[in-house]
Design a protein around this ligand. Structure first.
Ligand code: ATP
Ligand code: MG
Length: 394
């Protein structure tokens, strides 16, 4: 019987909430391996066993598991009758073409009634594998450790332990709304929040029909890619071009960027609340651009009645770029588009927009009407992983 065994590290520490975290992780794993011929996902003695059906492939399941947050590590595993010949035969059958330079068998008896001691199981099973494959035994620092556990009615074996993505199961920490531009930073910020167990609602501001649809297409592509980490996503596309045109009519050029951002946060907050999200997330980084000085971050963030989380705040661009490349969002982010904030944006935005100047400029604008209009005009798209036939095609 083929299976994967999953260990959850961090969530094991969560005290009274532990059963709830584990149930969430099991649910997420079930969803992640959908369509792959997995027969069962169940909790077993402080870990999770994923039983593969006859047609399921190790590689396909492994690929999905590598994106399920909350998994500390996982390993290929199986069960065999309680007999050293049978255990060795099953292991040899599952080992595949791997050819590690050294190996060892490490045994435990969960049920001490099994007639062989743990060292005897190790010697007997190890000897059979050595003979069949010609591998060298190294008890100190083996390249491959094969674990055998003697249970009451059968034996359990596992090998090839791989690190999981860590973090907490998506959904365990509640919901946040991330302002998703087409750039490099905000997709990484979204991913980091997912890894901490948050389901992320994506909010994208675009300037169609004043500009092309390119930024919306990028936001969709990014949402689609990131959905592989949270399984169900919602993307809210908010028209922002007309709003910018209104700002340009009354606001002096150096103040515009800060005012655009404050409007975005107000609109995003409304959308967040309507979707039961408890915080806003941006890809902002101290000092990265003129709108991200400490003064401006504070002036921008002060309009929101929800916490504004900035998971990348202290990161260098190189680090963010490397993470975007690992995630696969980077090639999408660098596709050229006319971001809505390049539209009507002055070359020299104020680095220290004074709060009273900003408030004075905003008093010339019907803020509430603008926010309500934008929320009403927003379009919603849903994404699923694995994708469903009805998902938006682009
Ligand atoms: P990113 O690479 O994520 O776009 P950036 O370096 O381009 O970041 P800015 O353009 O200054 O930074 O934007 C700062 C943050 O404001 C973004 O990380 C994002 O969270 C939000 N933001 C900017 N433009 C948009 C947009 N068009 N739609 C949604 N959010 C946006
Ligand atoms: Mg940007």
């Amino acid at each position: 019987m083929k299976s994967f065994i999953v260990h959850y590290q961090e969530i094991a520490l969560k005290g009274k909430n532990r059963p709830w975290f584990i149930a969430r992780l099991v649910r997420n794993i079930r969803q992640a391996v959908g369509g792959l011929g997995v027969r069962e996902v169940r909790v077993l003695m402080g870990r999770i066993e994923i039983v593969l059906g006859p047609d399921a492939s190790w590689e396909a399941v492994r690929d999905r598991l590598s994106r399920v947050f909350g998994i500390g590590n996982f390993a290929r595993a199986g069960r065999a009758p309680l007999d050293v010949d049978a255990i060795a035969a099953e292991i040899l059958n599952d080992l595949g073409p791997d050819d590690p330079p050294t190996f060892r068998v490490s045994a435990r008896r969960a049920d001490k009634r099994f007639p062989l001691t743990s060292p005897q199981i190790e010697r007997e099973v190890g000897g059979r594998i050595k003979e069949a494959r010609g591998w060298t035994v190294d008890l100190e620092d083996p390249a491959l450790t094969i674990r055998v556990e003697a249970l009451t009615t059968d034996a359990f074996y596992s090998f090839g332990k791989e690190p999981g993505p860590g973090g907490l199961p998506v959904g365990a920490s509640g919901r946040v709304a991330c302002l998703l531009s087409g750039g490099i930073d905000s997709p990484v910020a979204s991913w980091r929040m997912m890894r901490r167990g948050c389901r992320v609602l994506f909010v994208h501001f675009h300037s169609y029909p004043i500009l092309s649809r390119a930024s919306q297409d990028k936001a969709r592509e990014l949402a689609r890619l990131l959905t592989a980490f949270q399984f169900d996503s919602r993307l809210v596309l908010v028209p922002f071009g007309e709003i910018q045109q209104r700002v340009v009519l009354t606001v002096a050029p150096p103040l515009r960027v800060v005012i655009y951002r404050r409007l975005m946060l107000r609109i995003a907050e409304r959308i967040a609340r309507a979707n039961r999200a408890q915080a806003l997330v941006t890809g902002e980084v101290v000092g990265q651009v003129a709108s991200q000085t400490l003064e401006n971050l504070s002036t921008i963030g002060s309009v929101a009645g929800l916490p504004v989380l900035r998971p990348l705040i202290g990161m260098d661009k190189d680090e963010i770029t490397a993470e975007a490349q690992r995630l696969g969002t980077f090639p999408i982010s660098i596709i050229p588009d006319q971001d809505c904030c390049t539209l009507f944006t002055p070359r020299h935005p104020a680095t220290k927009a004074r709060r009273h100047e900003i408030e004075l400029a905003e008093s010339q604008l019907p803020i509430d009407e603008i926010v309500t209009g934008a929320v009403g005009a927003a379009a919603i798209e849903e994404f699923h992983f694995p994708p469903r036939a009805a998902d938006v095609e682009t």
